[in-house]
Design a protein around this ligand. Structure first.
Ligand SMILES: Cc1ncc(COP(=O)(O)O)c(C=O)c1O
Length: 471
């Protein structure tokens, strides 16, 4: 029953994905649902996810690595990109594992019934409660601090449970020393940025951890891990990184006698669309962004060559795509409110904000936007699409739009990842609902937040009450 879902792409008059496009009435549709009808039924702002798109994109990654990589490969969905329970259920049904970050993401994955052996726990500062949950449930913990192994050892003995561990590496990335990336978190080359982040253990630290772990009978060394982050849209950079994981495997073997049987090459995988979506440098067109097939072909080749050179067996390969799987499955919809014509520009206010599409502000990210009704209408105006927050709240500067009036609907594409899971509550805004569409069915997966969810958490210490009210 679970995997017999029909994933034949829908034939739209204009396609923004296999299951998102312009439908028979000229409106934007998600799978078999008119987005205008969904907005009427569920209200705005609204996050909409296409179940079939999510499954389809997952299978593209899975199949690409199954085709090109001669060893075993496994996709671990980065839960952080959309950590709703329903989405974890979908990934479970597809047979995907998961990358968990923090105790609550781990709890949600376990609550959804994910096989713990397919889950990894990442994090630079894992709390005791987090380690206890991971060990009690049998997750693999990727070590990212020198005292973490001892803490894991103590808890493992206390709970009487053996534990699987990996080590997060700080790769050298010398071939990326002169290369600038995209969606960077500051200045510098990719190597400089990677070197300057808090993540990963040096070669010497890694060797020290491995040697120590080998003397601990309750600790099973399982993998090494690295995450290139979203710094690059070039598949070859990922292949260089994957190759270096193997180089480090050789180094670890030579210095400890243990060879990592599995390398987890993390997330950061991008996706491209003909209309451009992502870092602003690619605003017009990022059709050139790598496909899952290119990633798989190049990474597999580099890993296999380096293994051959160093006399290593092919490791099990894990990767942790987040936004590449969840991003293209999502559409976010807002309703137009005040439209203001200035001397030099026109602002179209929406009920949607950078609280909901936070990457627009934080990462200078670009989401393709379009009118929901008559989606192919002539884009006759240049406007700034803005939200209601008490900052500039730019969601779509210089957007090309038809003339928009109060009550019209605007959609942002490829918003399935890091939107709800990164949403903020600035200005006491309520978080939107998220719905899941499959064919012509639409169901709520996250309830719209209510005032009680915000105001109900506030407390006034009695002495302040007394100061305000006591006579
Ligand atoms: C360890 C790890 N794996 C995977 C991911 C997913 O990244 P992306 O969504 O860019 O694929 C992240 C993102 O922060 C991460 O930190």
């Amino acid at each position: 029953m679970k995997n017999d879902i029909d994933l034949t792409p829908v034939d739209y008059s204009e396609s923004y994905g296999e299951f998102i496009g312009v439908g028979p009435n000229g409106n934007l549709w998600v799978d078999g649902c008119d987005v205008a009808e969904l907005a009427k039924q569920f209200g705005t702002p609204l996050f909409i996810i296409s179940e079939r798109q999510f499954r389809y994109t997952y299978r593209q990654f899975r199949d690409a690595f199954r085709t090109h990589y001669k060893g075993e490969s496994e996709i671990l969905f980065a839960n952080k990109s959309n950590n709703g329970l329903a989405y974890r259920h979908i990934m479970n049904q597809e047979g995907a594992g998961g990358d968990c970050f923090g105790v609550n993401e781990m709890y949600i994955a376990l609550l959804a019934g994910t096989d713990p052996k397919t889950l990894v726990l990442n994090g630079s500062n894992k709390q005791t409660e987090e380690l206890e949950m991971a060990i009690a449930n049998g997750l693999c913990i990727n070590i990212d601090a020198m005292d973490e192994l001892d803490r894991i050892d103590e808890i493992s003995k206390r709970l009487g449970k053996d534990v699987d561990v990996g080590i997060r590496l700080k790769l050298d990335l010398d071939p990326l020393a002169g290369k600038a990336g995209v969606a960077m978190h500051g200045p510098g080359s990719m190597k400089e940025q990677s070197d300057s982040t808090k993540w990963g253990m040096s070669r010497q630290q890694t060797v020290e951890i491995v040697k120590k772990a080998l003397d601990m009978p309750n600790i099973n060394l399982k993998e090494t891990h690295f995450h290139l982050s979203r710094m690059s849209n070039d598949a070859m950079d990922f292949a260089i990184m994957a190759r270096e994981m193997v180089t480090w495997s050789g180094y670890i073997r030579d210095h400890t006698g243990w060879t990592p049987p599995c390398i987890d090459i993390g997330g950061g995988w991008t996706f491209g669309k003909w209309y451009g979506t992502g870092p602003r440098s690619q605003i017009d067109n990022d059709e050139t962004a790598p496909t899952p097939d290119e990633y798989a072909r190049l990474c597999s080749k580099e890993i296999e060559e380096e293994c051959k050179k160093l006399g290593l067996e092919l490791p099990r390969l894990r990767l942790e795509p987040g936004r590449a799987l969840s991003g293209p499955s999502g559409v976010t919809v807002g309703t137009v409110g005040a439209v203001k014509q200035g001397d030099k520009k026109k602002w179209v206010n929406l009920d949607l904000s950078t609280n909901h599409l936070s990457w627009s502000a934080v990462l200078d990210w670009y989401y393709h936007n379009l009118p929901v009704v008559n989606a192919k209408a002539e884009r006759s105006e240049t406007v700034d699409l803005v939200g209601p927050l008490c900052n500039s709240d730019e969601l779509g500067p210089k957007a090309q739009m038809p003339s928009l009036d109060r009550g019209d609907l605007v959609a942002f594409l490829d918003t399935g990842g890091y939107t709800e899971s990164c949403a903020a509550r600035y200005n006491a805004q309520l978080l939107p609902a998220m719905i899941l569409v499959n064919g012509d069915q639409a169901e709520i997966t996250t309830e719209r937040e209510q005032l009680k969810d915000i105001a109900g958490r506030f407390r006034v210490p009695p002495r302040l009450l007394a100061g305000s009210f006591a006579k």
